[in-house]
Design a protein around this ligand. Structure first.
Ligand SMILES: Cc1ncc(C[n+]2csc(CCOP(=O)(O)OP(=O)(O)O)c2C)c(N)n1
Ligand SMILES: [Mg+2]
Length: 337
């Protein structure tokens, strides 16, 4: 049913749980006014982030959007970096200059979201072209929401990647909403995967709440891309169970529809599978949860105790800075490690 080993399955479960617990704890911090800026949940979408990123190999690159916390955790970014970043502490990857997932860690192959939706596509396509020119078989993955697929940059970047047969994995997260705009007012295509036909690349639709299905379809696409087969567009059907961000009470969402999707929560679904497969029992589940909670407790204590950035440094590192770039490439931040 899956090619993942028992250890890998437990790791996937731990990462989805970490994704959820970090966000739940960030909500508490947000309500205490300790988060600087917005808080963008991925509740109900954890399987898409984790399942896709889990299919990459070391050395591959990933450019997430703000809802892809699970993707960056899967690629080895610590909860400590994410929490420090949300709290805009000097110990955060952007040294307190930016919020949420807006940071890069080239050492771990993570490249920051770009706020102008769609723009990551031409950027990642260009990075992959550079990698090819250097003789490397690096695969790149980036994400776009159902709303974001309507912008020009998405089209231009994916078209270029298709023509150049670049190893780009385009993950389209169909979560039904683009802020308060429903899909029907966004696009007339039956499925977003149909757009792949126009680029001459494979398009796949997957149940985005089934982490194992997400992993399988992505792994196939990654293998094909690395072998020179070019990009794949994968549309993951999922649901945004929270508002656009914490400040949005999603009053425009039908309550029955929301409840229906709550029943399809990807986390209990994976728990049921792992239990039936004999991979995780009640004791194992409790141990993983306790480990995740301990980790997040320690990371929150670290972030709370960390100072805000020195205002005198506000103008440093704003433009290209060789020393800062070197430190980022080595994954060495002010916070140490
Ligand atoms: C080009 C562009 N237009 C508008 C925005 C403002 N904006 C930020 S998020 C968002 C909604 C995006 O919806 P979707 O692409 O479906 O992603 P989701 O939030 O559902 O994950 C909008 C309109 C933007 N960031 N970039
Ligand atoms: Mg959306």
């Amino acid at each position: 049913m899956t090619r993942l080993s028992a250890d890998q399955l437990r790791d996937v479960y731990r990462l989805m749980l970490l994704n959820r617990v970090v966000e739940e704890r960030l909500v508490n911090l947000y309500r205490q006014n300790k988060v600087v800026g917005g808080l963008y949940r991925s509740l109900g979408q954890e399987a898409t982030s984790v399942g896709t990123a889990f299919a990459l190999e070391p050395g591959d690159l990933l450019a997430p959007l703000i809802r892809n916390l699970g993707s960056v955790l899967t690629r080895g970014i610590s909860a400590r970096d994410v929490i420090s970043q949300y709290m805009a502490k000097a110990s955060s990857p952007s040294l307190g200059k930016d919020g949420n997932l807006h940071f890069s860690n080239p050492g771990k192959g993570i490249y920051a979201p770009i706020s102008m939706l769609g723009t990551l596509f031409p950027v990642v396509a260009g990075m992959l072209l550079a990698e090819r020119l250097k003789g490397r078989r690096t695969v790149g993955m980036t994400y776009i929401g159902d709303g974001g697929t309507s912008v020009g940059a998405f089209h231009e970047g994916l078209n270029f990647a298709a023509v150049q047969k670049l190893p780009l994995i385009a993950i389209v997260e169909f979560n039904h909403w683009a802020y308060s705009t429903p899909y029907e007012k966004q696009c007339a295509a039956k499925t977003l995967a149909d757009k792949a036909i126009g680029y001459g690349i494979p398009g796949e639709v997957v149940d985005g709440n089934d982490v194992l299905a997400v992993y399988e379809v992505t792994k196939r696409a990654v293998d094909r891309a690395r072998a020179g087969g070019g990009p794949t567009l994968i549309e993951a059907k999922t649901y945004r169970l929270k508002g656009h961000a914490e400040h949005d009470p999603q009053a425009y969402v039908d309550k029955a529809e929301l409840e229906e999707w709550r029943q399809r929560d990807p986390l209990p679904r994976l728990e049921r599978f792992l239990e039936a497969a004999g991979v995780l029992d009640e004791g194992g589940r409790a141990r993983i949860l306790a480990g995740v909670q301990d980790e997040v407790d320690t990371d929150i204590a670290f972030a709370e105790a960390s100072p805000f950035p020195d205002p005198a440094l506000a103008l440093e590192g704003v433009y290209a800075d060789a020393e800062l770039t070197r430190r980022l490439h080595e994954g060495v931040f002010v916070g140490g490690r």
